[in-house]
Design a protein around this ligand. Structure first.
Ligand code: SF4
Ligand code: SF4
Length: 521
C-alpha cells in the first residue's frame, strides 16, 4: 500500500471556522500534579452508554490501580481505583457526560496515602525493546489497562486493534494532537512534556495495528513541538513516524476532518477510518498505553485543562479520574460568584454541568468556567431565518437548518434520511446561527431518540422472529406427527394385508394338504 500522507500536499475539508484561541492562558502556567482530593466519584459509564459492573462493595478498602469494575461485554472496559481509600458508596449519580446523565458511580473516600496495588517491577522500555512485544500482547495490555479514547469519544481502544488485525489491513496510524477547541491544551502539554513516552506508545500501537507508518498531526499554530519530536525521532533513527502540521481550522482535529486534511480521503457514511486502512488515536491514549506497558499503571489519571474567563490561573493538571470538578476549579482560583456556566470539554463541543460535585471521567479533557458574557447562548432563541450560515460552516456537508426543521416537527426519520448520524456535533452551526438556536441540542436529542427506537425495533423484530420460529416449529412437529400417523396407518394396513395373504397361503396349503390326504386314502 502506498503512503497515504504526503506532508507537503495537504487537503482541506468543506466548512469549518477560524476561532479566537485562548491557549496561552493555560500553557504559560505549565503542568502540575495536584494533591489527592478527599473524595473521588468514579463513573462506571463509558462510551455513551456501556456500564461496567462493580466488583467491590461499600466499606471495602481499595488500593490505587485495583480493578473496581469489570466490563460485562466486549465493548466495555475495566475501571480501576484512582487512589487508595474506602468505598463510601456505590449509587446512581450525575456524571460528566452529555446532559450529566445519571449512572452508577463508585464514591471513594481517599486516605491521602495514594498507595498503589503491588506492581510488577518497572521496566525502562526503550524503542529497541519493542520488538519483544507481540501485537496480541499489546492489545491485551490496552484492554487490561482500561484504555479508552481520551480525545472525548471514549471508544474502547482495544476494539480498534482487534478489528484491525483480524479484518482490515492497516497502513497508517494518525496520532491526533490537533486540538481545535479554543481553550483546550492538554494534548499540547502532553506533547511538550512527554514526547519520549509518546514515541514509545506510537511504536507499540503501530505494532498492535500492523501499521506501516505513523504521523503526529499537530496544529500549525503550536510552537516548538514539531522540531522537538522530529529531533527525538532522528536520535532514535525512526523513519516511519513523521510530524505534520495541519491548518488551525475548527474542527480540523475531528477524526474524519483530520483524515481528509492529511490524505484527501473521505470516511464513507456509516463507515470507519479502518475502512481506509487508517486508525486515529489521541495522544492521551498513547501516553496511557506507554504508562501501562512500561510501569504497569492502568488508566487512573489524566491531564485536564482548567480554563475560561472565570478562572484566574488557567492551567493543565494531572489528576485522578473521579476528581470533583469543584476541587479542580478551586485549584485554578475560580471566581465562583461570576461563573455562569461550567462546561466539560470546549465551548464548541462541550456540555454544561448542572453542579460542580460531579467527578471527571476518562474522557474529560477540559473544564471551562465561563461568565455570562462569554457564554455562547445568552440571548433569546429566535425562529430560523433561513440565512444559510449554518450550511456554510458545516464540515460534514449537512443541511443543519433542515435537520432542525425536521426534528422540531417531530419527523426524526426524515432527519435520519438527511444524514443526521453524519453530524459530528462540532457546534459550528450553532456558533454562527444569528437566531441563537441550540442546534446541537436538537441533534443530540434526535440521535438518542432514534437509537432508542432502533433498539426497541430490534427487540420487537427479535420477538417477531422468535414468534415465527416457534410457529414454524409447531407446524413442523404437527406435520411430523401427521406423517408418523400416516406411516403407522399404512404399516397397519400392510400388516393386515400380509396377514390376509398369509392366511390365504395357509388356507391354500391346508386345502392342498387335505386334497393330498384324500388322494392317499
Ligand atoms: S444559521 Fe440559524 S437562522 Fe440561519 S439558516 Fe441556520 S438555523 Fe436558520
Ligand atoms: S454540529 Fe453537526 S450539523 Fe452542525 S456544523 Fe457540526 S456537523 Fe454540521
Amino acid at each position: 500500500m502506498v503512503d497515504l500522507i504526503q506532508p507537503n500536499h495537504l487537503h482541506s475539508f468543506k466548512g469549518g471556522l477560524k476561532l479566537k484561541h485562548h491557549k496561552n492562558d493555560s500553557l504559560n502556567n505549565g503542568l502540575s500534579r495536584l494533591k489527592i482530593p478527599d473524595d473521588l466519584y468514579i463513573s462506571l459509564r463509558i462510551n455513551r452508554g456501556n456500564i461496567a459492573k462493580p466488583i467491590v462493595k461499600v466499606g471495602d478498602s481499595v488500593l490505587k490501580g485495583q480493578v473496581i469494575a469489570k466490563p460485562d461485554n466486549t465493548r466495555g472496559c475495566y475501571i480501576h481505583a484512582s487512589s487508595s481509600g474506602i468505598v463510601a458508596a456505590i449509587d446512581e449519580r450525575e456524571t460528566a457526560s452529555p446532559d450529566a446523565d445519571i449512572s452508577t458511580v463508585i464514591h471513594i473516600q481517599t486516605d491521602k496515602e495514594d498507595k498503589w496495588i503491588k506492581l510488577p517491577l518497572q521496566e525502562s522500555l526503550d524503542t529497541k525493546k519493542i520488538d519483544a512485544f507481540t501485537a496480541d500482547k499489546i492489545i491485551t495490555a490496552i484492554h487490561d489497562g482500561g484504555l479508552v479514547g481520551l480525545g472525548g469519544a471514549g471508544f474502547p481502544t482495544h476494539l480498534k486493534y482487534s478489528n484491525g488485525n483480524k479484518q482490515k489491513p492497516i497502513n497508517t496510524l494518525i496520532i491526533n494532537g490537533a486540538e481545535c477547541e479554543p481553550y483546550i491544551t492538554c494534548d499540547e502539554q502532553l506533547m511538550m512534556d512527554y514526547a519520549d513516552d509518546l514515541i514509545i506508545g506510537s511504536l507499540l500501537l503501530m505494532k498492535a495495528a500492523g501499521a506501516k507508518n505513523a504521523v503526529f498531526a499537530i496544529e500549525d499554530q503550536v510552537g516548538g513541538i514539531k522540531s522537538e519530536l522530529e529531533s527525538k525521532l532522528k536520535e532514535r533513527d525512526i523513519t516511519d513516524i513523521s510530524v505534520v502540521k495541519v491548518p488551525t481550522i475548527y474542527p480540523a482535529g475531528g477524526e474524519k476532518q483530520l483524515i481528509k486534511v492529511l490524505t484527501g480521503l473521505e470516511v464513507p457514511t456509516s463507515g470507519l477510518p479502518l475502512d481506509l486502512g487508517i486508525i486515529v488515536q489521541n495522544v492521551g491514549t498513547i501516553k496511557a498505553l506507554c504508562d501501562y506497558v512500561t510501569h504497569h499503571k492502568p488508566l487512573v489519571e489524566r491531564v485536564i485543562t482548567v480554563a475560561g474567563d472565570s478562572i484566574n490561573k488557567a492551567q493543565n493538571f494531572i489528576v485522578p479520574i473521579g476528581t470533583p470538578i469543584k476541587y479542580l476549579l478551586e485549584q485554578a482560583d475560580c471566581q465562583f460568584a461570576s461563573t455562569h456556566r461550567i462546561i466539560i470539554g470546549g465551548p464548541m463541543m462541550g456540555y454544561a454541568m448542572p453542579n460542580s460535585d460531579i467527578g471527571i471521567d476518562k474522557t474529560s479533557n477540559c473544564i471551562l468556567a465561563l461568565t455570562e458574557e462569554n457564554t455562547q447562548h445568552h440571548g433569546e432563541t429566535l425562529p430560523c431565518i433561513r440565512c444559510g450560515e449554518c450550511v456554510n460552516v458545516c464540515p460534514a456537508e449537512l443541511l443543519p437548518q433542515q435537520l432542525h426543521w425536521y426534528i422540531n416537527g417531530g419527523n426524526l426519520e426524515k432527519a435520519r434520511e438527511h444524514h443526521l448520524f453524519d453530524c459530528i456535533e462540532c457546534g459550528a452551526c450553532a456558533w454562527v446561527c444569528p437566531s441563537q438556536i441550540k442546534l446541537v441540542d436538537y441533534y443530540r436529542y434526535a440521535k438518542s431518540e432514534l437509537k432508542y427506537l432502533d433498539f426497541k425495533r430490534t427487540k420487537s423484530d427479535e420477538a417477531q422472529i422468535r414468534h415465527e420460529q416457534r410457529e414454524a416449529r409447531i407446524e413442523r412437529l404437527k406435520q411430523e406427527r401427521i406423517a408418523k400417523r400416516k406411516k403407522t396407518r399404512s404399516r397397519t394396513r400392510n400388516k393386515d394385508k400380509m396377514q390376509q395373504d398369509l392366511k390365504a397361503v395357509l388356507d391354500r396349503v391346508n386345502t392342498a394338504k387335505e386334497t393330498k390326504d384324500q388322494l392317499d386314502e
